[in-house]
Each structure stands twice: as C-alpha cells, then as structure tokens.
Design a protein around this ligand. Structure first.
Ligand code: GTP
Length: 351
C-alpha cells in the first residue's frame, strides 16, 4: 500500500493516486491538513487491516537546512518504525548526491538511497561515489520516467556499463521478463517458415516498448553506447508511424500481408484510414517481406541449416547504418532501397 504523506505539494497526492491506480496498488491519503506522522501511522493501521505486505510512505522533498522539516521526518520514522528508510537523490547533481545521502544518514538514519535520472548522467559518477562517501548502498536506480525504468541496483553491472562493456545481463533479464519461452519458440517457427506477419511485427514492437525505452536497451548492448538520442527518437518515431498503419489493417491483412501486396485497393484503404500515403503503405508491406527474408537468412545461419551470403547481409546493414539523415547519400540510397522494396514485392507477385 502507498501512503501519501507529502502534504506540502497538493499535486503530490494526486500523482500518487494516479500511480497507484496504474499499478493496481491501494493509496491511503488524508488530504493536506493532517500531520505527516499521523497520516503514516493511520496508513500503517489501514494496511494491516487490508493485509498489505508492503507499505511505502511517500514524504515531501526537503532541504537538510530546514530544521522543522527534518524533525518532521524523524517523527514519521518514529511513528512507523520502518524496515527501510530510502532517500531519493538525483544523479544529475553529481557528487552532491553522495553528500546528501551522507548528511541525511547522519541526521535521520537511513538504510540506503534511490538514485534517479541515471539516464541523464552518462558518466554515472554519482552512482560510484554514493556508497564510498556515505557508507550507504544504492538500492534502486531510476533510468527514465516510466515505472519499468526503476530497477534494483547491481554495482558490478553498473561498473561494466561505465567501462563500455554494456549490461548484457540486464538486457537478457528484461527480455526474459516480457517474452515467454513459448512465444519465443513460436516466433522462431514463424521466421523459419517465412510466415512472420504484421501481428508478429506488432508483438515485437510492443515487447520493445515493455522492455523500456529504446535508448536504455541500446545502452545495454556492448559497443552500442554511442547511439545518439536523436537517432533513438527517430527510430521510435518510425515504429509509431508503422504501427499506425498496421492498426487500421484488417485481422486477415495482418495475418496475410500477401493480401496487401496483391491488392492496390487494400493499400489505398489502409493509407486513407491511417492518414498516410499509398506509397508509405507500399513501403511498409515491402519492408515486411524484406524482414522475412533477412530474418530467415539469419536464423538459418544460426542453426547451420543454410549457408547465407553473410557478406551481402552485413554489407546491406552497414550501408543502412552509415547513411545519415538528410544527406545526398541517403537520398541516393533511398532510391536503391525503393528499388529493392519494389523488387521484393514483384518477387512476391511472381510466386
Ligand atoms: N528522466 C528521468 N526522469 C525521472 C526519473 N525519475 C523521476 N523522473 C521525473 O522527474 C520528475 C519529478 O519526479 P517526482 O517523482 O514528482 O519527484 P519527487 O521526488 O516526488 O518530488 P518531491 O515533491 O520533491 O518529493 C517527474 O517528471 C518524473 O517523471 C528518472 O530516473 N529519469
């Protein structure tokens, strides 16, 4: 159960209520008139009645120079005798974060820290010094604005990430969290039999969304830390763009993209319903067939079933990576890409 004991910022209670609804956790509040220590005490009672196993008391942010506020915090602590007292600090403040944890520990007695906005602190300096300076561990880190972006903290993984080795363990864990083994097997089968369709495509993009933002995922892969935020935003935008077209396709069309490849009427309808151009719909359809072909080649290679032309594969991927947006080179390549997409569609029609 969440207990709203930040009575100084009225929006804080609403914020917590919304969050509680989102994650399906009850929120106890008494408005802004009651004393935080009293709210905490009553909240604890209510949690016991409801048989809640964990209770989190949210208190207002404060400066340690404000004596009255610090005393209030001591009262809250006395009122509920908590197992954990966690101070939330912002990684963007750098070394100051470590100093804050230290002084709150001296004053209140805390058990650890939650370091947020680590996504904005590329050097991770604060993460390294909190334990060193204060003697208190970081228990959770925030790496984005979404709930999934708050995670338990593993110092060794953080060290690897800072050293540029990526955080492969966290990446694998995230993937396991959102994708069941059966789904993975099913997907593999579809790829191998060239039946990967728009439903699978949607599932994949939704899985990526569940795993957290693109930027964080990419940062976890070794050697990929250098992707710029602008490139990530572009990729996310592209996915949304494609999703909006898939969303207006009929179930049958999603299942059998061939229908769209064969019928201009269908492509026209999808374009109209999604507010995109017919050409953009054609591109998306062609892209799906290209993905099918590429995935099949890769899977085949991994399973040793087929000997794909890896040079060609790597070459085409490299060319795509190297062409920066808005350059003449990209426009030229775009021409080629269009040609390849058209070829892919023609290839399909011939079958
Ligand atoms: N990028 C990023 N934004 C974050 C992170 N954690 C929190 N935020 C954002 O920071 C803003 C402030 O967060 P709050 O949770 O309202 O801050 P608070 O600690 O409750 O503030 P107080 O009222 O002072 O207690 C919100 O817009 C959050 O979405 C993080 O790890 N990364």
């Amino acid at each position: 159960m969440l207990v709203a004991a930040d009575v100084y910022r009225p929006a804080a209670i609403d914020q917590l209520t919304i969050l509680g609804k989102k994650v399906g956790v009850p929120v106890y509040s008494e408005g802004t008139e009651a004393k935080p220590s009293q709210i905490a005490k009553n909240g604890l009672k209510e949690a016991k009645v409801n048989k809640a196993d964990v209770i989190i008391v949210d208190t207002a942010g404060r400066l340690q120079v404000d004596k009255a506020m610090m005393n209030e915090l001591k009262e809250v602590k006395k009122a509920v005798n908590p197992t954990e007292v966690l101070l939330v600090v912002d990684a963007m403040t750098g070394q100051e974060a470590a100093g804050l944890v230290s002084s709150f520990n001296d004053e209140i007695g805390i058990t650890g820290a939650i370091l947020t906005k680590l996504d904005g602190d590329s050097r991770g300096g604060a993460a390294l010094s909190v334990k060193e300076v204060s003697g208190k561990p970081i228990k959770f880190v925030g790496q984005g604005e979404r709930i999934e972006d708050l995670e338990p903290f593993y110092p060794d993984r953080m060290a690897q990430r800072i050293l540029g080795m990526g955080d492969v363990l966290s990446f694998v864990e995230k993937a396991q969290e959102v994708m069941r083994q059966e789904d993975a097997d099913e997907l593999q089968k579809k790829i191998l039999s060239a039946k990967f369709n728009f439903n699978d495509f949607l599932k994949q993009t939704q899985m990526i969304a569940k795993m957290g933002s693109f930027s964080r995922l990419i940062g976890m892969i070794p050697g990929m830390n250098k992707v710029t935020p602008a490139q990530i935003r572009e990729a996310e935008k592209n996915l949304k763009f494609m999703e909006s077209m898939i969303n207006v396709m009929t179930l049958e069309e999603r299942e059998r993209p061939e229908l769209l490849a064969e019928s201009r009427e269908r492509r026209k309808r999808v374009a109209k319903d999604s507010g995109k151009t017919e050409q953009q719909v054609s591109q998306l359809v062609a892209q799906l067939f290209q993905m099918r072909a590429k995935m099949q080649k890769m899977m085949g290679a991994m399973q040793g079933k087929e000997s794909p032309d890896m040079d060609e594969l790597m070459g085409s991927m490299k060319a795509e990576e190297q062409s920066a947006a808005g350059t003449g080179r990209r426009r030229r390549k775009y021409g080629n890409l269009r040609q390849r997409q058209l070829d892919a569609m023609r290839g399909f029609r011939r079958r």
